[in-house]
Ligand binder design. Sequence first.
Ligand code: 5AD
Length: 380
Amino acid sequence: MPDYIDDELLPLAEQFKRSPLDLSGFLEELSDKKISSEMYEVLTQISRGDKLSFENIEYLLTVEADKDKEVLYKTADYFRRKTVGDVIPLRAIIEFSNYCRKSCSYCGINSTVKNLTRYRMKEDEIIGLAKRIKEETGIERLVLQSGEDLFWTKERIVRLVERIVDQLKMKVTLSIGERTREEYDAYRQAGASNYLLKIETTNPELFKSVHPDDLLTERLQYSKWLSELGYINGSGIIIGLPGQTISDIARDIQYFRDLEISMIGIGPFIPARGTLLEDCKPGSIDLTLKAIAAARIVCRRVFIPVTTALTTLSKGAQIEALKCGANVIMIGYTPIEYRKNYNIYNGKARVGIDLALEAIEKSNRKPPNYIKWGDDNAQP
Ligand code: 5AD
């Protein structure tokens, strides 16, 4: 029996039910704290079961006073505990190709980036690695990510997914970008249960300024298709893209709520060498944590991974994120010879299973009971 809320158990109907949540004990706990009247108002609205307004979400993203921030994080943590519990599910991510047809201006593997060896893992290589991951760690959820690489045709992806699902009995999340509805349908039929296609930002101008090849209206449409086709729908944003405002982030969070997104990855922007944005400053850790907390409070029963970008900026922030709303960790299993060429931003950290288990312990959470990992194991 799983000791955690599995993806299939994220019941969508309940996810957004806005029944009043009994905050009485929780509010009492806070009674000795001097919180601002705005924060008190937001908490009261939550306890009445009101849908948080745009202004209130914006407010949560701007709290500065230590007491208010502490209350924001505690409230998010309370919602995390009530909705998805204390167990932190782990996923294994394999970045199987860094070829990309797009030129997103923040991304270190975009098609215009030189000084990068392009690679594609072979199907058997991916299968062999997946098998070892399952055998050696117990992790059964695989995230297959790549640049937008059309070498991986519909037929090739279908065969890969089928082998992983049917032969290895693992669950597959795909993260391979924009494809046709028909292709998304074929992957779903082949057994992929989740799809991760981040919106990155819902501000149309900002979206356009960083995505020369894409249209926001189309990206929104792709994401809707994923929900219609029965995927557990993953999205997310980058915090601190040049020109992004707090209001943009508040709208992004409203979008996740309104579209009933089930997985929300929120990570700071980190400049990537060889890109148009290479000299821009990184996104704020503090704002990323506030956005994670606000997303948890607004969207409730959702999966919020600690992004590798956040861990790259600070190992401490990885632990903070788990304490203010985040509840999933992705473990990087891309083989070492390819990993250095999947630097979507500078200095990308490797989140190994040891680091993940340490973060779970330090944040007072529980590892899932399927984990077989012990000190004497060698990492695949
Ligand atoms: N900084 C932070 N996140 C980035 N991503 C891509 N490039 C960057 C960057 N420079 C994120 C995007 C993408 C995911 C795979 O990585 O959100 O969806």
